[in-house]
Write a protein of this length. Structure first.
Length: 223
């Protein structure tokens, strides 16, 4: 058996039943990496709290997402698959890391500016500190690498900066800087032929759809 390269961590927000865009954009890579790395995959339900207006569907969406992950080939015998809130220590690390993180670094991140622009009435503390919690997710499990698309590189570099700040401040080397594994994340158009596939736009094809549902969606596609 070939030795695996190292530990990889990745997480995704619980959006419920997964669709073809989710599979081609992330899940396919998750499955493929299981053979080469020690993989740790997390459903980040705490992250979801920064933008959801109601939590009534959160537990259901988490369960549905986990089922689709397993059905798509993510194997508990090869990967650690878990729910973020089931490991409360991540919030402890998040708090400690926040003490060595300048506020200006957070507000300068492109994704934060984008969210403020798109939804200026929902800028809460959790949204500002989102990258710190993301860093805690990665660092708590001592990930050697993180699969990212090119648009996510700033967040990984932020996590690396947090490591350097923490290790310098506390005169330690306990945290390790994760490396990027650049993955292809194709933009999958929805069945409307114009916009990115999204559940909120109702232009998606669910992985768990019945043959009849899938056929109906395919036949309605704009070509």
């Amino acid at each position: 058996m070939t030795a695996k390269k190292g530990r990889v961590f990745s997480g995704a927000r619980p959006t419920g039943r997964q669709h073809l865009g989710n599979y081609l954009g992330a899940i396919k890579n998750y499955v493929a990496m299981q053979d080469d790395y020690r993989t740790v995959y997390c459903i980040v339900d705490i992250h979801a709290l920064t933008t959801v207006e109601t939590t009534k569907d959160l537990a259901f969406n988490t369960q549905e997402m986990a089922l689709d992950w397993l059905a798509a080939g993510m194997d508990p015998k090869q990967s650690i698959i878990f729910i973020q809130s089931h490991v409360p220590e991540v919030m402890e690390l998040h708090t400690i890391l926040s003490m060595v993180t300048p506020l200006g670094k957070l507000t300068a991140l492109p994704t934060f500016k984008e969210k403020v622009r798109d939804n200026p009435d929902n800028v809460n503390y959790g949204l500002v500190g989102y990258p710190v919690l993301m860093s805690a997710d990665i660092l708590l499990y001592k990930a050697d690498a993180v699969p990212v698309g090119t648009d996510q590189i700033p967040h990984l570099e932020f996590a690396r900066e947090v490591v350097r700040s923490f290790n310098f401040h506390y005169e330690t080397d306990v945290l390790i800087e994760p490396q990027a594994v650049i993955t292809k994340t194709p933009k999958v158009l929805g069945i409307d032929g114009e916009r990115k596939m999204s559940k909120s736009l109702n232009n998606h094809i669910e992985l768990a759809a019945t043959p009849e549902e899938t056929e109906k969606r395919v036949m309605s596609m704009v070509t």
